[in-house]
Design a protein around this ligand. Structure first.
Ligand SMILES: Cc1cc2nc3c(=O)[nH]c(=O)nc-3n(C[C@H](O)[C@H](O)[C@H](O)COP(=O)(O)OP(=O)(O)OC[C@H]3O[C@@H](n4cnc5c(N)ncnc54)[C@H](O)[C@@H]3O)c2cc1C
Length: 437
């Protein structure tokens, strides 16, 4: 065992009602909701920009807010999307037109990352949220009625205190740090590094030669078949759309810093293979990578084991949980490990899945909630509820629960779901009610 020679006592520098860790789709909405409900709130984000996967991994096409012809997710997340559109940073699809032949992506909304992230800054400021960029919790301990958090930042460690904490890290980092039971797959779904291409003219690309060169490149190891989206002519999709969002980085985990480092490096190696390969295709000799996301997008790592668990059967049945706090809507969408294919299973028409409050509470927790893609469910259900609109909705719900628990000095398990629903509705959210209510 080693000890540091400079160890010193830390005194508490800040006290909050609610501390949210992670400023992605879930964390931002959680912090804004908690702040609007009157809780003294901090948002800790390891990067210097809000938006998480939407912004730093360039998955800037949130969905789905509508299902079968009606809106099912609104609230804070929707306000931000509308504001982004109002300032010219998004074009709303025609939601009155239920998408045809299960083309669910037609209802996703392409958002400008600069406008979206800056509007998140503004909404957080308006809600009184203390934005703590470039910080990460280094260690935490649950005391009787609060949580002590040692936060590491550019100046070293500081100590803060919170009545309630929300884990919106995507990877259940905080639940893990506090020792709650987690669930993960032996072979998580692959990640993807999103990039843009320019410097070529599609009409001049020799498609026949592209296929032949591709076969040779895969045989001699210059390329991997997971480097591109599936299709009869490899890379044609990427060349048509001037970029890629479907390379599969397989064999990665991404939940902690060391495994995440491997994922980042593998993603850029994949893009380097793509770049070198495409530049030898006639018509692409001067092709350039003109954009690469700051981080590799991670689809799946760990989920909490919650007071309740959403199974795929629950999800596709559209069961309205007795403690439902929001809707979610997306096909089951599993990107296969070690492959470049996807298992997509659309939902039955008229099905509106719901999320129970219990899936946001780590089993036995009094002072910690989870929100976003790390809430409790099985792999298939989470492949659907991980999408951004659903993360926004669970984030807003977690913010409401944490604010109510902090105000009443009670455990998150004691919060009355009716009060949560009332608070959410007050802030524009759409809340499902079981038939018997
Ligand atoms: C390639 C790809 C394609 C996808 N396609 C779609 C799509 O078409 N439509 C859609 O809606 N969704 C899509 N998704 C899913 C969706 O983008 C994510 O599941 C969702 O954004 C997760 O939101 P989150 O808030 O849970 O986590 P994130 O957005 O990942 O946010 C987590 C935040 O926490 C921060 N953080 C993490 N750990 C710490 C820590 N210890 N301390 C401080 N900060 C920390 C991170 O920096 C980040 O800002 C896709 C995902 C991928 C990877």
């Amino acid at each position: 065992m080693a000890t540091l020679s400079y160890q010193r006592e830390l005194s508490i520098t800040d006290e909050y009602d609610v501390v949210v860790v992670g400023g992605g789709s879930a964390g931002c909405m959680a912090a804004i909701q908690a702040g609007r409900a009157g809780a003294k709130t901090a948002l800790i984000e390891k990067n210097g920009i809000l938006g998480g996967t939407t912004v730093v991994a360039s998955v800037n096409f949130p969905g789905l807010f509508h299902a079968w012809g009606r809106q099912i997710i609104a609230g804070v997340g929707w306000e931000i999307i509308e504001e982004t559109a109002r300032r010219g940073g998004a074009v709303m699809p025609d939601f009155s037109d239920p998408y045809k032949e299960h083309r669910h992506w037609e209802h996703q909304i392409l958002v400008n990352r600069f406008l979206y992230s800056t509007i998140l800054d503004e909404f957080c400021a308006e809600a009184g949220v203390d934005l703590r960029f470039h910080e990460m919790p280094a260690s935490m301990e649950v005391m009787n009625d609060h949580v002590l958090i040692a936060v590491t930042g550019k100046s070293g460690l500081s100590l803060i205190r919170a009545k309630q904490v929300i884990d919106a890290t995507g990877d259940a980092n905080i639940a893990n740090m506090l020792g709650y039971t987690l669930e993960s797959e032996e072979q998580p779904q692959p990640g993807t590094l999103i990039y843009g291409l320019s410097g070529y003219n599609l009409e001049e690309v020799d498609q026949e030669k592209l296929v032949k060169l591709y076969q040779v490149a895969v045989e001699n190891g210059m390329l991997l078949h997971t480097d591109h989206s599936p299709g009869a002519i490899p890379f044609l999709g990427e060349l048509r759309s001037a970029g890629g969002n479907r390379m599969h980085i397989t064999g990665i985990d991404g939940a902690d810093s060391s495994s995440r480092s491997v994922a980042e490096i593998k993603g850029r190696q994949s893009l380097m293979r793509i770049y070198r390969f495409l530049r030898q295709v006639p018509g692409c000799e001067t092709l350039e990578v003109n954009y690469v996301a700051n981080e590799c997008g991670i689809r799946e790592t760990r989920r909490i084991v919650g007071e309740k668990k959403i199974t795929v059967r629950d999800y596709v049945s559209g069961e309205v949980w007795s403690d439902a706090i929001c809707y979610s809507f997306y096909p089951i969408d599993i990107h296969r490990h070690g492959d470049n294919t996807t298992d997509i299973r659309p939902l039955t028409e008229g099905v509106f899945p719901t999320i129970p409050l219990g899936a946001l509470i780590p089993r036995g927790s009094d002072h910690l909630l989870a929100a976003g893609r790390c809430i409790a469910g099985d792999q298939e259900a989470s492949s659907a509820y991980r999408v951004q609109a659903s993360c926004m909705a669970t984030g807003q719900a977690a913010g409401a629960v944490a604010a109510l628990a902090a105000k009443q000095d009670i455990s998150v398990r004691e919060v009355d779901v009716e009060q949560v629903r009332d608070l959410l509705e007050l802030h524009g959210a759409i809340v499902p009610y079981p038939d018997n209510l």
